[in-house]
Design a protein around this ligand. Structure first.
Ligand SMILES: Cc1cc2nc3c(=O)[nH]c(=O)nc-3n(C[C@H](O)[C@H](O)[C@H](O)COP(=O)(O)OP(=O)(O)OC[C@H]3O[C@@H](n4cnc5c(N)ncnc54)[C@H](O)[C@@H]3O)c2cc1C
Length: 491
């Protein structure tokens, strides 16, 4: 009879939730330990004064990855939550009465491009055909690989695209399009991968297919629907959840992980899997058991941190769409302020979403819930005064660009910034979404799923493979579970 292994998982973000389901499905005794009072990690939910906010992710892209996750358990996404395709997908603001609306289908987007730059519609059509081909290869051949060996990247299909790994999105898009706005719209999707478009390989244009080809979706009552769905699947499979359970130490004996120190209590386990930030997990080990030095982490490109505001308005906001990008200032200067000369941006780009536009339960009747995000350099100095200064800056611009006054209609506001990413999630330098997918931080070049120093210790999540984002987190949980099961089957 197959031996049941006791597995402890640190953290309850999407990667841990996915792994918990796969490992329980394989018959293991799985317990998830989460330091915070609620599960979901960066995708937690905030409920205040009748308003509901997703605290982190809000763009539901790559629906096929979610479908594939649930199908692995003979379930359908629709068994757990309802998906709405957003129409329009989003709007990009450049000035007063000056915005581009991204439709929910490629035909209309091509039409919008053509209206802005003559000839660009046909070029976009060809660009999207290539992006789709990259997406198919990425999903079929690349992202579901564990990053163990460079050979994983070499397939007949990838060999044909090798040049795309050595050029970058920015260069590619600039070769094809002249209009700065169209260029920025095409550079936007790879920002989800955490690096500048000029540092992101061209092959990642598959994110453009995710954007224009597959569309932007919204779970009916927000991204937290996905957390709830995965929690109920995990419970069905027998996973146990322990919240308010801060892991203080990973106990190692004879170079083998033996258990955890949780709120001062020792818990024995056959195997430890951490979905907490990789760097933090290593600090739970004695120095000799850490695989990566501080110098290593220091030299990596991290995704930005963020200044976030969750805001309750006592009226409906006009002239907005569910997702809105405010690109009315210099895109490249802001990128420089994040990656090249880290500082608070003089003129910040920002992103906003208004879940109550789609989901009436997200705000009391006649009111609106608003989420505002300014990307910032990881490790930046974070003070209350700076948060306030930037709130005023973006509210002024928001009022001007959407032609209405809103500041006097704020009845609730909560901020979240670098210091909170550190204290709430033990995030390295307060990164919001992990380690970037640059060429040198892709696949086998990322921190490993399996510890190089400690037996029976594994990692998952946005600092390992495949990278940042909710769909990659689901994939990461699957990949690590496969490695763990492989180890058990070889014992
Ligand atoms: C503001 C924001 C917006 C985003 N927008 C999008 C988006 O629109 N679409 C998208 O696809 N992705 C988005 N992302 C990225 C996405 O949310 C993440 O990549 C993904 O949720 C990360 O999941 P994870 O499991 O790797 O880590 P996490 O969610 O960070 O989970 C790690 C968990 O470990 C816990 N933990 C840490 N230390 C300990 C300890 N010592 N003991 C116990 N528990 C511990 C933490 O509390 C946390 O719950 C966004 C992220 C942020 C922050």
């Amino acid at each position: 009879m197959k031996e049941i292994k006791k597995i402890a998982i640190i953290g309850s973000g999407f990667s841990s939730l996915a792994a918990s389901c796969y490992l329980a499905q394989s018959g293991h005794d799985v317990t998830v330990y989460e330091k915070n009072p609620t599960i979901g990690g960066r995708a937690r939910q905030l409920k205040m004064e009748g308003f509901t906010f997703d605290m982190g992710p809000s763009w539901y892209w790559m629906p096929d990855v979610f479908d594939r996750f649930f199908a692995d358990f003979d379930k359908k996404t629709s068994d757990y939550y309802e998906l709405i395709k957003l129409s329009p997908a989003y709007r990009v603001y450049y000035g007063i009465d000056d915005f581009i609306t991204i439709a929910d289908n490629l035909t209309d987007i091509i039409f919008a491009f053509e209206a802005i730059e003559k000839g660009s519609g046909t070029i976009l059509n060809d660009f999207m055909a290539e992006a789709k081909s990259n997406y198919d290869i990425a999903i079929k051949d690349l992202v579901y690989r564990p990053g163990v060996s460079p050979l994983e990247l070499i397939t007949v299909e990838t060999a044909k695209k090798v040049g795309q790994f050595f050029s970058n999105i920015s260069k590619d898009v600039r070769k094809k399009f002249k209009n700065e706005r169209l260029i920025q719209i095409l550079e936007f999707p790879v920002l989800f991968l955490g690096a500048k478009p000029s540092d992101t390989p061209s092959f990642y244009s598959f994110m453009n297919y995710a954007d224009f080809g597959l569309g932007t979706w919204h779970p009916k009552t927000g991204m937290f629907d996905v957390v709830r769905a995965m929690e109920s699947l995990a419970l069905e499979l027998g996973v146990k959840f322990k919240t308010n359970s801060n892991i203080e130490k990973i106990i190692v004996n004879n170079k083998t992980a033996k258990g955890l120190l949780v709120n001062g209590e020792t818990i024995a386990s056959d195997l430890i899997l951490s979905g907490a930030d990789y760097h933090h997990t290593e600090t739970l080990l004695d120095q000799e058991h850490r695989a990566y030095s501080e110098k290593y982490w220091e030299s990596r490109v991290f995704a930005p941190s963020s200044l976030l505001f969750y805001v309750g308005f006592n009226k409906k906001i006009e002239n907005i769409s569910h997702h809105a990008l405010f690109f009315d200032v210099d895109f490249y200067q802001h990128a420089k302020d994040i990656y090249d000369e880290p500082q608070w941006p003089k003129e910040p780009l920002f992103y906003a979403n208004f879940p109550s536009v789609t989901d009436k339960t997200a705000a009391p009747e006649g009111m609106e819930s608003g989420f505002f995000l300014v990307p910032l350099a990881p490790g930046i100095n974070d003070t209350e005064a700076l948060r306030e200064e930037y709130f005023d800056k973006i509210m002024d611009r928001f009022e001007t660009l959407t032609k209405q006054s809103v500041k006097n209609n704020i009845i609730f506001k909560q901020s979240f910034c670098k210091n909170d990413f550190v204290s709430e999630y033990n995030s390295y330098k307060g990164n919001a979404y992990g380690m970037a997918n640059t060429l040198l931080q892709t696949a086998f070049l990322r921190p490993k799923l399996k510890s190089k120093k400690v037996k029976n210790l594994y990692f998952t999540g946005q600092l390992t493979v495949p990278g940042p984002g909710v769909p990659p987190a689901l994939i990461s949980g699957k990949l690590v579970s496969e490695l763990i099961n492989k180890q058990f089957s070889e014992q």
